[in-house]
Design a protein around this ligand. Structure first.
Ligand SMILES: Nc1nc2c(ncn2[C@@H]2O[C@H](COP(=O)(O)OP(=O)(O)O)[C@@H](O)[C@H]2O)c(=O)[nH]1
Ligand SMILES: [Mg+2]
Length: 191
């Protein structure tokens, strides 16, 4: 796991983002396990806050990892209680970031292994793919499905996403495949 991690700042306007180092963007619907996964990667219990109810402001959280690159934690999407204007704001925020960040090396798109890709997940993946982004699909909560049923679920997920090139299944609670993602990220940001 990454040994050094520090919270840098939370931004409402990405114009103020630090752009001095490579960046890895984390996206996923609310409750997918994104904060837990960032905590797993950094082996910190509470670097990224888990299970906080989304507030009125949309914030991108920047974490500096080993003084080398930033993990950027985006607000969760697909949150039913969020208003139309908030949804528009979210889309603009992500769109601006994807188009303006020259240091963006990878997008990690998190989906729930048990739930499978939702309509929002599929939309997001297609959008990223069409932009030509480098995308790693990370399926969380692997532990929730017994190992005898994982193969079948794996197949369903890959079919729904039209066989993505890069796909890793993880568990935060059982710490499965965390190091595999770490290696993947390090490769993208330059060692
Ligand atoms: N069983 C299981 N639960 C998880 C896993 N990762 C996260 N969770 C739980 O899922 C809920 C949402 O996690 P959180 O990290 O806050 O999701 P976020 O909204 O995407 O940041 C919490 O109750 C976590 O404890 C996992 O790998 N396995
Ligand atoms: Mg979170």
């Amino acid at each position: 796991m990454f040994k050094q991690a520090a919270y840098i700042k939370s931004l409402e306007n990405i114009i103020d983002r630090p752009d001095d180092k490579p960046q890895v963007l984390f996206l996923g619907r609310s409750n997918v396990g994104k904060s837990s996964f960032i905590n797993s990667l950094t082996n910190r219990k509470n670097l990224a806050r888990t299970s906080n109810t989304p507030g009125k402001t949309l914030l991108m959280n920047f974490y500096l990892i080993e003084d080398k690159f930033y993990i950027v934690d985006a607000p969760g999407y697909g949150y039913a209680r969020r208003s139309k204007s908030m949804q528009q704001k979210f889309i603009h925020m992500i769109d601006d970031f994807l188009h303006q960040s020259e240091q963006l090396k990878l997008v990690c798109l998190l989906i729930d292994f048990k739930v499978g890709p939702t309509v929002d997940d599929i939309d997001m993946y297609l959008y990223l793919h069409n932009l030509g982004m480098d995308v790693l699909i990370i399926a969380t909560k692997l532990d929730k499905i017994p190992s005898t049923r994982r193969g079948k679920q794996n197949k369903i997920i890959l079919e729904k996403l039209n066989h993505p090139e890069h796909f890793i299944k993880v568990s935060n609670t059982k710490r499965i495949n965390i190091e595999l993602v770490e290696k993947y990220i390090l490769n993208k940001v330059g060692k």
